[in-house]
Design a protein around this ligand. Structure first.
Ligand code: PHE
Length: 337
C-alpha cells in the first residue's frame, strides 16, 4: 500500500504542476484529493489492514495528503497571481494613449499653399507687402488705369460697401478689393524703388459659388520696379518661380492678353511634365499711368507685375475637385490634409 501511495502522490504532484489555469487546477484537485480520489479510497482501506500496519500506513497517508495539498495550494498561488496580472494588463488604461481631447489641428490647405508661395518668393529676394481688404475704388480701379466708366470695371462684379464719402452721383467709393493689384499702388506710394514685393491676400467678387468660383478667394500679386526692367525679366522670373514651386520638369509660357494696368500684358500658363497646360494668372509690364499713380517716374523706372489665384493651386496640389469644399469648414474634409 505504501508503494501505491507513492505513485498516487507522484501522479497528483505532476497533475498540480501540469495545470495551466485555476479552473483546470480545481478539476485536477477534485480527481486527486476528492471523494472518489485514490487517497480517500486508501484511507477507507486502512480499516482492513492488520492492526500493526495500520499506524505506519495512516502516517504515510497523512503525509502524502499533506504533500499533495501543499503542492496544489502552491500551484494555486502561482496561477492566481498570473491570472490577476493578465487581468490587470487587459484592463489597463494608459492615459497617455487615450484619445487626444484637445487636437492641435493644422493650417488650412489654402494657408499652406499661401505660405509655400511666400517661401518661394522670399527665396527669390521678394518681400511681403500688405494692403486692406476694404479699399477705395481709386486704389482698386482708377490708379490701376481703370477709370470710372471703363468696361473692365463691369467685369469685376464689384461689391461696394456703404462706407466713407460718396461721389458726385451719390455712389459709394469703397469696395471690397476685387484683386490684390491695389497693393501695387500702396507699395509704390510708400516705398522708393527698387521694389521687389509679393502681396498675398483675400479678394472679393460678386460671383456665385460653384466648383471653380467663390465670391471670396485668394490671390498673390507680384510687383517689381527697378531700372531697365524688361519683359525678359518678367518671363525669367515666372520661369524661375515655376521650377522653384512646382519642381523640375515644369515650365511656363506667356500668352498675349490684355489688362488695363499692364502694357504689354500676358496670361501665363504652366506646363506639367505630362505636357498638359494649366492657366495660372495674368502679368505684364507695369503701365506708365500706373507708375505715375504710384508716384514713380516712368522715364526713370520700369517694372512688371503678375497675379494669380492661390486656391486653385491648393485644389490641384491636394487633388480636390470642388473649390467650395475648401470653405465649408467640414472638419472631416479638412483633417485629411
Ligand atoms: N489683377 C489681375 C486679376 O485679378 C491679375 C494681374 C495682376 C494681371 C498683375 C496683371 C498684372 O485678374
Amino acid at each position: 500500500m505504501i508503494d501505491d501511495l507513492s505513485s498516487f502522490t507522484a501522479a497528483a504532484l505532476a497533475a498540480a504542476e501540469r495545470a495551466h489555469t485555476t479552473d483546470e487546477l480545481h478539476q485536477l484537485e477534485l480527481i486527486h484529493l476528492g471523494k472518489e480520489g485514490p487517497l480517500l479510497a486508501a484511507r477507507k482501506a486502512l480499516g482492513s489492514l492488520p492492526a500493526e500496519q495500520r499506524k505506519d500506513a495512516g502516517q504515510a497517508l497523512n503525509s502524502a495528503r499533506e504533500q499533495v495539498e501543499t503542492a496544489f495550494a502552491a500551484r494555486r498561488g502561482e496561477l492566481e497571481s498570473a491570472e490577476r496580472a493578465a487581468q490587470f494588463e487587459f484592463e489597463r488604461l494608459d492615459l497617455t494613449e487615450v484619445v487626444d481631447y484637445s487636437p492641435v489641428g493644422h493650417a488650412h490647405i489654402v494657408t499652406q499653399a499661401w505660405e509655400e508661395l511666400e517661401d518661394v518668393f522670399l527665396g527669390m529676394g521678394f518681400r511681403v507687402a500688405e494692403g486692406p481688404e476694404v479699399e477705395t475704388d481709386w486704389h482698386n480701379f482708377d490708379a490701376l488705369n481703370i477709370p470710372k466708366g471703363h468696361p473692365a470695371r463691369d467685369g469685376f462684379d464689384t461689391i461696394y460697401v456703404d462706407y466713407g464719402p460718396r461721389d458726385e452721383d451719390g455712389r459709394s467709393n469703397t469696395v471690397l478689393r476685387t484683386h490684390t493689384s491695389p497693393v501695387q499702388i500702396r507699395t509704390m506710394l510708400t516705398q522708393e524703388p527698387p521694389i521687389y514685393v509679393i502681396a498675398p491676400g483675400r479678394v472679393f467678387r460678386r460671383d456665385t459659388a460653384d466648383a471653380t468660383h467663390m465670391p471670396v478667394f485668394h490671390q498673390i500679386e507680384g510687383l517689381v520696379v527697378d531700372r531697365h526692367i524688361s519683359l525678359a525679366d518678367l518671363a525669367g522670373t515666372i520661369e524661375a518661380f515655376t521650377t522653384a514651386y512646382f519642381g523640375e520638369g515644369f515650365s511656363s509660357r506667356l500668352r498675349p492678353n490684355h489688362f488695363p494696368f499692364t502694357e504689354p500684358s500676358a496670361e501665363f500658363d504652366i506646363q506639367r511634365p505630362d505636357g498638359s497646360w494649366l492657366e495660372l494668372g495674368g502679368c505684364g509690364m507695369v503701365h506708365p499711368n500706373v507708375l505715375r499713380a504710384g508716384g514713380i517716374d516712368p522715364e526713370e523706372w520700369s517694372g512688371f507685375a503678375f497675379g494669380f489665384g492661390i486656391d486653385r493651386l491648393a485644389l490641384m496640389k491636394f487633388g480636390v475637385d470642388d473649390l467650395r469644399d475648401l470653405f465649408t469648414n467640414d472638419i472631416r474634409f479638412l483633417s485629411q490634409f
